[in-house]
Design a binder for this molecule. Structure first.
Ligand SMILES: [Fe+2]
Ligand SMILES: [Fe+2]
Length: 472
């Protein structure tokens, strides 16, 4: 199989679409629906063209093409990472057997469900970010937003390809539904809670790409281990693109913190709202919100479904092959967060049932690395202030702590006290209105809004003051 995309085709791909007329026709009939969804739910800001990366192959070197593209002509394609012919199942009851090129009948429903849930998040984030272009702090940031948007669109294509190619009529129906559910819709919302929240300002966007996109990275990491090889290869390639989304979030928050720290240090005050930058306590509240809703995406601390997925070989652990155990876990146990006699504590459960906790722990450690980085920026500015991740029991709607309230320190609170004090820890209407008041577009080349520091580097070796976006 060739790894380069065939760009003479309507749908760029490295999956040999040309030799499968039925599948090609199915995808070509879905394509207009996708484009009308993109027009009505994708980026609202009119642009002529944007300096974008397009995936054109999957090889280690030069998988992407860079250039100015009108966004609606972006070549959304279908790419699977190269096949490893000797690949064997790495975990569960089928460990050591060859991976599957087709969906085994007994796992069909579960695999379809996993793909639909992942697929649903991809267009959801595009919908959530639809209006951000109107308030971009720079052309550089505007480009990054659009890059994330087109790639989430491509990730939708990736999941729709799997549904069309391997799940028959039901798969095609699910592919339609992925365009009919919409973020925040009353009648048909997106499947997962965090993907129905608004992304009304750029601080939210950076927090979203840091915390919520990072959940996506971890979910893709577990699906990359799947015994169903086409899913594994799809996710492996998606993870390459995700690295850029992570970078947008990490450096976005870096730059907000850097600018705030600079103004705090210069004026020797914490009270910087009057200087037109975002006060540290407000940044902390946004962090608290996005982190806690993202923790909910990992599901309950214990799950028999996930145990079954693992045993069946459908969904592995993060970095499965680096784990030093038997990769079956039938005799192991794990401590998970739990309510113990009504108090915040831990309980021992079978390792298989605790797999959501295992993944969430990996995720939390990764989130902590961002906080450490942001605190280095504060320390570098000579400030004693520090940001931190709130306790796992804080503001949870899913799992062991969904029924209780807790402070960011992990102290249990009564419902009344939570109501009275939640504004200390989560963004209030006043905070949100203030942040929104700073959101004014800066579209001049090389200029940047006052509430955020410029990036250290531009994109793809271009300078910050490159004209990354041509507005319409
Ligand atoms: Fe994605
Ligand atoms: Fe992403």
């Amino acid at each position: 199989m060739t790894t380069a995309a065939d760009y003479t085709e309507k749908i760029p791909n490295n999956v040999g679409l040309a030799s499968d007329r039925r599948l090609q026709r199915a995808l070509e009939s879905w394509q207009p629906d996708f484009l009308s969804w993109w027009e009505s739910m994708g980026p609202a800001l009119p642009t002529r063209d944007v300096y974008l990366r397009t995936a054109v192959s999957v090889g280690r070197e030069g998988w992407a093409h860079w250039g100015f593209v009108p966004m609606r002509e972006y070549r959304w394609g279908v790419f699977l990472a190269e096949r490893d012919r000797g690949r064997r199942i790495g975990f569960g009851q089928h460990k050591g057997e060859p991976v599957w090129d087709k969906v085994p009948g007994e796992y069909r429903a579960d695999l379809q469900r996993l793909i639909v849930i992942q697929g649903d998040t991809e267009p959801a984030s595009v919908e959530q970010q639809r209006n951000l272009g109107a308030t971009a702090p720079s052309l550089y940031d505007l480009r990054n937003l659009f890059q994330v948007n087109v790639e989430e669109g491509r990730h939708l294509w990736a999941m729709v390809y799997l549904l069309h190619a391997y799940f028959g009529r039901e798969g095609r129906e699910e592919a339609e539904e992925l365009l009919h559910r919409n973020s925040g819709s009353q009648d048909s919302p997106r499947i997962l809670g965090a993907f129905n929240e608004e992304t009304p300002d750029w601080l939210s966007f950076y927090m979203f790409t840091y915390f919520t996109d990072r959940d996506g990275k971890y979910q893709l990491g577990t699906l990359k281990e799947s015994a169903f090889d086409p899913l594994s290869r799809t996710c492996e390639f998606m993870l390459k693109e995700e690295a850029h989304h992570m970078m947008v979030g990490t450096t976005g928050v870096d730059r907000v913190v850097e600018r705030t720290a600079q103004v705090m240090a210069e004026n020797d005050t914490d009270d910087v709202a009057g200087y037109g930058v975002i006060p540290l306590p407000v940044i902390q509240k946004y962090l608290n919100f996005h982190y806690s809703v993202s923790l909910d995406l990992f599901g309950g601390e214990t799950s028999t479904n996930v145990a079954n997925y693992y045993t069946a070989g459908l969904k592995g652990r993060w970095m499965e092959d680096r784990r030093r155990d038997d990769h079956r876990l039938t005799d192991d146990s794990i401590m998970v967060d739990a309510l113990v006699d009504g108090e915040i504590g831990q309980a021992e459960v079978a390792a298989l049932t605790g797999l959501n906790t295992d993944l969430r722990r990996e995720y939390i450690a990764d989130c902590q690395s961002g906080v450490t980085r942001w605190n280095r920026i504060l320390a570098g500015a000579g400030l004693p202030h520090r940001l931190r991740l709130p306790h796992v029991a804080f503001n949870r709607k899913v799992g062991a702590f969904a029924g209780i309230e807790a402070t960011p320190d992990g102290e249990k609170l009564s419902a009344e006290e939570w109501q009275r004090r939640r504004g200390e820890w989560l963004p209030t209407d006043v905070d949100k209105t203030f942040v929104r008041s700073l959101m004014r577009p800066v579209y001049q080349r090389g200029k940047i809004a006052a509430w955020i520091a410029p990036p250290r580097n531009g994109i793809n070796g271009k300078p910050f003051d490159y004209e990354y976006v041509h507005l319409a």
